[in-house]
Design a protein around this ligand. Structure first.
Ligand code: FE
Length: 359
């Protein structure tokens, strides 16, 4: 069984491989924020997660490996070159990772990072290339011990040497493509295919001049702990479909909030933590929201807890309300979620507001 999953925030692909006879499954490159989705899918497909494998230490998203281990007891696997903590098995070139009767072959494909691995299915019908080879492209080579020379050799020797029909599944795609093949990349990859040689490729890569990924300062240290959060303990919340973020707070999406406000028994306490002037400005506020500016929130925490109803905190962009969620959690409130993207996203999704709002 095979499924390709997507994280829109970082354009990351996660891959599920399952052996239906034994029910054993692997996840390649799971994303922290999608742990619930992935666990639900495994359950529905009748699969049990044996291990999660990262292709490398990512700089653009946090791995779901640690969270999945907490939930499913799955092992955490990645390269021995990664220097990561909390892994259960450090992989080397040539090793095998079994799931039921099937297995993945581990190939070292350094170049994007020194610990990049490509996972090849036992019959060489598909390979998971991480950021080594992307569709018509490849991963950058300008940080995390990257090297254009090594990447060129990895792609030529370990990936494009597979059978021409072998399907290649990348770690990301930013244009909506989902899969390619060895023959296709040999022919059309502008950097690595055709008659390009190592010198052409190195010259190209050394002149990309890309900005560093937005999440790099958070994602790399987090992934070096295999996605184990630094401080917060995970307290379950079941009153709505929420997402647990790596920063340790639960988020609710605008459309989900619009649906649950009437549905949760006794209702949800909507707490808007902006300043009074903002509450009635052009963005407006959500019907039934109570204005409690962030500076005054602490003194009202006991009262919110006593109401025994879940709290959703709201602000303009979701930043101040994230702070409010942390504050309320610390005060002892267990059912609290931050409105993802705040009023800006709520309005962008054309959900109804009250106040002086320009509709
Ligand atoms: Fe990467």
């Amino acid at each position: 069984m095979f499924r390709q999953l997507f994280d829109p925030a970082s354009s990351t692909y996660t891959y599920l491989l399952g052996d239906t006879a034994s029910g054993e499954a692997l996840l390649i490159d799971p994303v922290f924020e999608h742990e619930r989705r992935d666990v639900a899918l495994l359950r529905e497909l009748g699969l049990h997660l044996r291990a999660s494998l990262d292709t490398h230490v990512h700089a653009d998203h946090v791995t779901g490996a640690w969270l999945l281990k907490e939930r499913c007891g799955s092992q955490i696997l990645l390269s021995e070159q990664s220097n990561a903590l909390n892994a259960d098995r450090l992989l080397r070139h040539g090793e095998r990772v079994a799931f039921g009767e099937r297995y993945l072959e581990v190939r070292a494909t350094p170049g994007h990072t020194s610990g990049c691995l490509t996972y090849v299915l036992d019959d060489q019908s598909m390979a998971f290339t991480g950021d080594c080879l992307l569709i018509r492209g490849c991963g950058r080579t300008d940080f995390q011990q990257g090297s254009p020379q090594l990447l060129y050799q990895s792609v030529q020797q370990q990936i494009l040497s597979l059978p021409p029909t072998c399907l290649l599944y990348p770690g990301h795609d930013y244009r909506g493509l989902t899969v390619t093949s060895v023959a296709e990349e040999q022919r059309f990859n502008p950097r690595l295919g055709g008659s390009s040689n190592e010198a052409d490729f190195t010259g190209y890569m050394n002149n990309l001049g890309l900005p560093h990924p937005k999440l790099m300062d958070i994602a790399v240290p987090a992934n070096l702990r295999c996605g184990r959060p630094g401080v917060q303990a995970l307290v379950e919340q079941a009153w709505a479909p929420l997402t647990f973020t790596f920063s340790g707070i639960w988020e609710i999406q605008p459309a989900v909030l619009a649906e649950v406000t009437g549905g949760v028994s006794g209702g949800v306490q909507l707490i808007d933590v902006r300043e009074p002037a903002e509450f009635s400005d052009a963005l407006g506020h959500i019907a039934g929201a109570r204005l409690l500016p962030l500076s005054q929130l602490a003194e009202h925490a006991a009262e919110l807890i006593a109401a025994k109803r879940p709290v959703v905190v709201i602000c303009r962009s979701g930043t101040r309300s994230a702070q409010a969620a942390v504050l309320l959690q610390k005060a002892g409130l267990t059912q609290v979620a931050n409105l993802a993207g705040g009023m800006l996203r709520w309005r962008a999704e054309q959900l109804p507001v009250e106040g002086n709002a320009t509709q």
